[in-house]
Ligand binder design. Structure first.
Ligand SMILES: [Zn+2]
Length: 102
């Protein structure tokens, strides 16, 4: 299940609070999904996660290798979310055009 628009309303503070759990694969399925969706649309939190992982990799290189593998698999999901967001945006945009013309 995907709720790509819901993550627009998530606040960055909340996301960053649960990012450590996400990195350790100990966050709930729901939180993991929220984080991943939020990361698709929020560059600030992507950077935050990047910094977090960089620090973590120094101590646990084997985890980093595992994660890189997982990231490649997750790219398909990211792409799906982006496509849904673009389509949703277009629908809203064209609806507005129609409304304004009337
Ligand atoms: Zn954010």
């Amino acid at each position: 299940m995907f709720y790509p628009f819901y993550s627009f309303f998530m606040d960055c503070g909340k996301i960053r609070e649960i990012i450590p759990q996400y990195v350790n694969h100990s966050s709930s399925e729901e939180n993991t999904q929220l984080i991943e969706e939020h990361l698709c649309i929020c560059e600030g939190c992507r950077e935050y996660l990047g910094d977090f992982l960089e620090k973590k990799d120094i101590y646990r290189p084997e985890e980093a290798l595992k994660r890189n593998k997982k990231e490649t698999e997750d790219k398909r999901v990211d792409l799906f979310n982006i496509v849904v967001l673009i389509l949703g945006g277009m629908i809203v945009f064209f609806s507005l055009l129609l409304i304004l013309r009337v």
